[in-house]
Design a protein around this ligand. Structure first.
Ligand SMILES: [Zn+2]
Length: 339
């Protein structure tokens, strides 16, 4: 089947009370890891590419990797999503490349750093929704500001500062009415990157109650958790035992993500955990076999390490087993839906 609009996957997840991990892709081993895990667990798939990933792969390599996944796994529905589009132009160029879903992140100005006004956010998001929906493409918006910085995106807020930029549930209701987005990314105190929390997060730093409040007001909007890697201790330990120097850090506990899924979260962005898994595997090979110079001998284990993370999340979030059950629609069919 061709790439499917992300909305189709999110709707099925909402109707059946599960969440979908959205994994970032930059190279062949990453897409292979995701698809191997999806096949083994029969999971529908969301892959996403940041602006940095599109630049790194020159778009064309990425597009053909996606087409390879579609060709090799015809029974698995796959959505291809632009992560953190900084401007309508970025989103439109993604649609030209065949992406079936885009994020217009108007919570920041086009520089991808400066928190933007509500009016700016509505204006650019609405502009993307109008164009994307006319082509059957899904749109994710963002309200509130996350901490950290990743791939040149983010306001660089500290854990403490991020807590002051949480999504306002009342404004979220207004935002969805003003823009008609399919999905909304919310700020609940999480950060991008590996350094999310200085200690295991409690309810006043990871504010899950905001999600519960937004879901009450917007029961039909699919919520998205960004910066939701769990930063497993085990992976930090493997890296540091083999020459790495990752300062002790804490991510979003998987139990909290499950709580989110019970309250309307349908997309959970995972990137850091996969990066850590690949780095841990590569460091281990280099430490144990310093004479090794065949890239397949370390990229292979890296791929295996990432597959394990994907498999684990797919199973835990409940998307496993759902690939054959999703009523697939094409972007063309979604055009009528939006009309
Ligand atoms: Zn993000």
């Amino acid at each position: 089947m061709p790439l499917v609009p992300m909305r189709v996957l999110l709707d099925h997840a909402a109707e059946n009370d599960y969440g979908l991990a959205a994994f970032n892709v930059n190279n062949m081993e990453q897409i292979q890891a995701i698809m191997m895990a999806a096949e083994e667990t029969e999971s529908p798939v969301i892959v996403q590419a940041s602006r940095g990933a599109r630049k790194y792969t020159n778009d064309a390599y990425l597009r053909h990797l996606m087409l390879a996944a579609v060709e090799l796994y015809p029974d698995i529905p796959i959505a291809m999503h632009q992560d953190h589009g900084n401007s309508p132009e970025t989103c439109f160029s993604a649609i030209e490349q065949g992406f079936t879903s885009v994020m217009m992140d108007g919570s920041l100005d086009a520089d991808g750093k400066t928190p933007a006004s509500y009016e700016y956010n509505v204006k650019v998001t609405k502009q993307v929704v109008d164009e994307a929906h006319s082509r059957g493409v899904t749109v994710e918006g963002e309200l509130g500001t996350l901490g950290g910085i990743e791939d040149g995106h983010g306001a660089g807020l500290s854990e403490e500062e991020a807590r002051e930029h949480l999504t306002d549930p009342q404004q979220a209701e207004q935002f969805c009415a003003d823009t008609n987005v399919d999905a909304l990314a919310v700020a609940i105190g999480t950060s991008h990157g590996a350094y999310k929390f200085k200690q295991k997060p409690t309810g006043d730093v990871l504010v899950m109650s905001v999600i519960e409040e937004i879901h009450k007001r917007l029961p039909n909007t699919h919520l998205v958790m960004h910066g939701s890697s769990s930063v497993p201790q085990e992976l930090q330990d493997i890296i540091n035992a083999h020459g790495g120097e990752i300062p002790q850090t804490y991510g979003v506990p998987v139990e909290e993500i499950k709580r989110g899924i019970e309250h309307g979260v349908r997309k959970v962005n995972i990137d850091t955990d996969n990066r850590l898994a690949m780095t841990a595997a590569i460091r281990k090979v280099f430490a144990e076999d310093p004479g090794q110079y065949d890239p397949r001998k370390y990229l292979g284990p890296a791929r295996e390490g990432m597959k394990k993370v994907c498999l684990d999340r797919m199973t835990y979030f409940g998307q496993a087993g759902n690939a054959p059950k999703v009523p697939v629609k094409t972007c063309k069919e979604m055009i009528d839906f939006y009309k």
